[in-house]
Ligand binder design. Structure first.
Ligand code: AMP
Ligand code: TRP
Length: 343
């Protein structure tokens, strides 16, 4: 498509979020969180606990409130600085609800019907899924664009949702003949941690909804549990190959090597040259040690914060205030662009 419409010219801004449903796992940490932390050095960042997304499937009210704090604690424990960055709960900023409605009128049924996450989550009984689960990616577009965010660090599974966000932004700009009004947000999907797979099946992504606890490492797991899960991770009987081509057809091995690389900040080929020819009897204990060493401080800090929820609440409150201060003027502009009456 040739396009000569002026591009967005506002400042760069980072936005991302995680749902407060279930415990965070190594995939969330390596796919998203560690990138969030690094981006604070170069960008203004907004990190949201997306509780409105969580209620697209039933949630227990008390658990929802506790998990919202827990996810915020995980952000802080991983190194998100609530003074430099904005950390808040989605439901405490009205712009998300409002812009989601406008975007429900911008997005097209066909676009949303293509989303594979809805098909996966709704399963065979899509007729019984909530309407909210269907329009979930439209709310995600609203999250990002309520701040005119330009960059969105996520794991690979969010790629399709980000494409929808770009389509929504572009369509809105065109429908109202306001080229460059919204930026077309770019995903940041990077590093060997962008797609961490189940420890029990290298073809399935590590997920909080997997019924097997052994399939994932949770951020709150203690050292013994982490070591046990790595010991029990599925592998094969061949030795570790020396090159990345040697990982083809060995998804479980590929995954463990990728986890090693992501945790150590090294490349997969570097890890392979270190372990070439060795068996898993040597590799797994080394990986377990690295995982415990990297996650231990995060886990401890999360526990400390959960014992002092006042600190988390302060971060969420000030974050909400700062998020409202950015999104409210943007929403004023949006209402004007749409043409709503005002006295
Ligand atoms: P969710 O837990 O679905 O709210 O996801 C929160 C963030 O973690 C998103 O950016 C996801 O893309 C990322 N994520 C979730 N699972 C994985 C995984 N197995 N590997 C890499 N990133 C993941
Ligand atoms: N859908 C994302 C996930 O499941 C969470 C999310 C909601 C999000 N709103 C967002 C991620 C905005 C990035 C930007 O992981």
């Amino acid at each position: 498509m040739t396009d000569n419409t002026p591009a967005y010219s506002g400042p760069e801004r980072v936005f991302s979020g995680m749902q407060p449903s279930g415990d965070l796992h190594l995939g969330n940490y390596l796919g998203a969180l560690i990138n969030w932390v690094g981006l604070q050095d170069t960008h203004d960042c907004i990190y949201c606990v997306v509780d409105l997304h969580a209620i697209t499937v039933p949630q227990d009210p008390e658990t929802l409130a506790r998990q919202t704090r827990e996810i915020a604690a995980a952000y802080l424990a991983s190194g998100v600085d609530p003074e430099r960055s904005i950390v808040f709960a989605q439901s405490s900023v009205p712009a998300h609800f409002e812009l989601a409605w406008y975007f429900n009128c911008t997005a097209r049924m066909g676009w949303v019907e293509r989303m594979t996450q809805f098909k996966d989550k709704a399963g065979k009984d899509a007729e019984r899924a909530s309407v909210g689960l269907f329009t979930y990616p439209v709310l995600q577009a609203a999250d990002i664009l309520a701040y005119k965010a330009t960059h969105v660090p996520v794991g690979e599974d969010q790629k399709q949702h980000l494409e929808l966000s770009r389509d929504v932004a572009d369509r809105f700009n065109r429908d109202f003949d306001r080229p460059g009004f919204f930026p077309l947000p770019e995903p940041i999907i990077q590093g060997p941690g962008a797609r961490i797979m189940s420890l029990k099946d290298g073809t399935k992504k590590m997920s909080k909804s997997d019924p097997s606890e052994l399939s994932r490492i949770n951020l709150i797991d203690d050292a013994d549990t982490i070591a046990k899960k790595i010991r029990k991770a599925r592998t094969d009987t061949d030795p570790i190959p020396g090159t990345e081509e040697g990982l083809e057809g060995r998804p479980e091995v590929d995954n463990l090597v990728g986890i090693f690389a992501a945790l150590s900040g090294r490349s997969k080929s570097d890890i392979l040259s270190e372990f070439e020819g060795q068996g898993f009897g040597a590799f797994k204990p080394a990986l377990a040690e690295l995982a415990v060493e990297s996650l231990g401080p995060v886990t401890n800090e999360m526990r400390r914060l959960m014992n002092d929820p006042a600190e988390i609440d302060r971060a969420l409150e000030s974050g909400a205030e700062r998020a409202r201060a950015i999104s409210e003027p943007i929403m004023d502009e949006v209402r004007q662009v749409i043409g709503f009456w005002r006295p």
